[in-house]
Write a protein that binds this ligand. Structure first.
Ligand code: ATP
Ligand code: MG
Length: 397
């Protein structure tokens, strides 16, 4: 009997609760796991009796597999499983002993034994199997003891057509499988916040497209590359991302030349939202996503948010709205975007910032200023949209 882990059992909580839709969500999850693991090798992902199994190919890399599974939304936990073809009692006892022997280097912990029996004709009941195997473990490993109330480890044996054994395994990211809840357009800058915002909405099962505004030659190729890198990093979780790169230079200059400078940021933000919304509508996105958080900067006061929100018909998801910067930084470190986000490249918003931007803009006043742009702005907006560059970002690139 080779004790190597050949498969993983996938635990999913939330999507299990969806009644009639359960099967749809499970299929989304299975597809997502297949897609992500296909970058590593020829894994088999199967759904049987309300659970998902991953069978690993020969010579697979254990750590890579764990790292990949720990980035898939919808998985709350996963455990490496040892499986034997037989359900013969002596084989199950041998398997259990070898499992404990090889899975836990330190043999001095408390445990609780569980049994799930799919095969109801098996000569022992589940409680009997659990009790007997607990006894077998205690006989072999004198340092171990049973604690049914607060065990350090849970060990589960399943007896179905085959027998399986596993312990607690790894925590997954949770959430819902990407794609099961439609698509949204992320306004992705090179900062810390927007990649985290995209991650959070994708975690709820939403696929992501992205729009980035740059202002060449005032913003560099490196700044654009930084946004591409960020998109690539979040695509490890979200799957492929269609990144729209919009040239914002002319619009920005025109606003700068035409409108009061202290309103510049708000006016720019309004045009970003309008353009992102139009691209969103063209690509079937059902919402916009930004990294805004109340009060973080002048353009994110509640009054400013009224002004930016007013131009959108699609809902604007702002998952970070109630987060402190330190909390956002924590998530960005955990998901791996922080180091890229803090690279010091210029952002189009910071090029023309006024010394004293309005912090309490009044919508009517902003709308009046915007009328000054009437001559040329619609044409410029259309041109920016039509001439955008579309980059397909894939996690494997
Ligand atoms: P971030 O860290 O995400 O850059 P920020 O703290 O710099 O955010 P702002 O510059 O006010 O805040 O931007 C607020 C939101 O507007 C961003 O989170 C992002 O969603 C969007 N945004 C800002 N600049 C751009 C840009 N150049 N391209 C696309 N979206 C942008
Ligand atoms: Mg920014």
């Amino acid at each position: 009997m080779n004790m190597e882990y050949k498969s993983f059992l996938i635990k999913y909580a939330e999507i299990g609760l969806k009644g009639k839709n359960r099967s749809y969500f499970e299929d989304c999850l299975v597809n997502q796991i297949r897609q992500n693991l296909s970058l590593l090798g020829d894994y088999k992902v199967t759904k049987e009796q309300g659970r998902v199994y991953v069978n690993c190919p020969d010579g697979y890399d254990y750590d890579d597999t764990v790292s990949c599974l720990s980035k898939i939304f919808g998985i709350v936990g996963f455990m490496p499983v040892v499986e034997i073809e037989s359900t013969d009692w002596q084989d199950i006892c041998d398997m259990t002993v070898r499992f404990v022997e090889e899975s836990f280097p330190e043999k001095n912990f408390t445990f609780k034994m569980f049994c799930k029996r799919g095969d109801k004709s098996y000569p022992k009941t589940s409680p009997e199997i659990a009790a007997d195997l607990g006894g077998v473990i205690l006989d072999h490993f004198p340092g171990l003891s049973v604690d049914v109330r607060n065990p350090q480890k849970n060990i589960t044996v399943e007896v179905r057509s085959h027998a399986y054994i596993y312990a607690d395994g790894y925590k997954g990211v949770g959430g819902m499988p990407v794609g099961c809840n439609g698509k949204a357009m992320l306004l992705l800058s090179g900062g810390i916040d927007s990649p985290v915002a995209g991650y959070m909405i994708a975690k709820r099962g939403v696929s992501i497209d992205a729009t980035y505004f740059h202002a060449p030659p005032y913003t560099s190729e490196r700044a654009k590359q930084k946004v591409i890198d960020l998109a690539k990093q979040i695509s490890l979780y979200t799957g492929p991302i269609k990144l729209n790169v919009v040239n914002f230079t002319d619009i920005q200059m025109y606003i700068y030349e035409t409108c009061p400078h202290e309103e510049l940021t708000i006016l720019m933000r309004r045009y970003m939202m309008r353009i992102a919304e139009e691209i969103a509508n063209r690509s079937n996105c059902l919402a916009l996503i930004t990294g805004e958080s109340v009060g973080q900067v002048a353009s994110q006061t509640m009054q400013s948010l009224i002004c930016t929100n007013a131009v959108c018909e699609l809902p604007v998801y702002r998952p970070l709205i109630g987060f402190d910067k330190s909390e956002i930084v924590e998530i960005s470190q955990r998901i791996g975007t922080f180091e890229t986000s803090i690279l010091p490249y210029e952002d189009c918003c910071t090029i023309y910032v006024a010394k004293h931007p309005v912090t309490k803009p009044i919508l009517k006043v902003i709308e009046r200023s915007e009328k000054l742009l009437a001559d040329k702005i619609d044409e410029m907006v259309q041109k920016a949209i039509d001439e955008r560059e579309v980059i397909k970002i894939k996690p494997e690139d």
